[in-house]
Design a protein around this ligand. Sequence first.
Ligand code: ADP
Length: 191
Amino acid sequence: MNLVLMGPPGAGKGTQGEILSKRLDINTISTGVMLRTAIKEQSEIGKMAEKYINDGKLVPDDVIVSIVKERLQKPDCAKGFILDGFPRTIPQAKALKKMLADRNSKVHAVVGLEVDDNELVDRLLKRGKESGRSDDNLETINKRLEVYHNQTSPLRDYYKQEGKYHAIHGSGSIDDIFESIKCSIAKATKE
Ligand code: ADP
């Protein structure tokens, strides 16, 4: 089962990805986590990505695609994976399609967590206070939401056309949202 978790910043991709990962016994691959680790280690990629992240912009497609490609080649991904935060642009989605097709595989389902902007801003400001994430401040949050609406939300139509997009209402309790995700995955695997 190869799953993509989509949604704006603060929609709960990380939280739901973690629960799904335990239930399905497959790993979650979060590009955000990978980039923050690279920044902490001050690797070449980390140094390069830091500025984009702090400005609320996307890291260039070629950089992120090569990180994901390398990660998906690791043996643990053979039995499936959950992608959190990738793809975020149409070129990234096309690159993902190609790298999976090259090994006779594909994305089975895309779960889109949908939450309105006001709630997202509240959640991210709260997270910023608790986690100290450098991009969870009002200015960067607004930029990230703008980037999401311009560059990432077109992916909904892209995956709808492929018949893979499952919209999930992302407000409410973590358990209720997880139940909705579970139902839509069950439906997707029967199709
Ligand atoms: P959030 O969903 O809350 O924005 P993430 O941890 O997924 O948090 O991403 C944080 C930042 O990392 C993004 O704002 C962006 O700069 C960078 N990033 C993560 N994934 C990608 C991606 N697929 N393409 C480009 N940039 C990315």
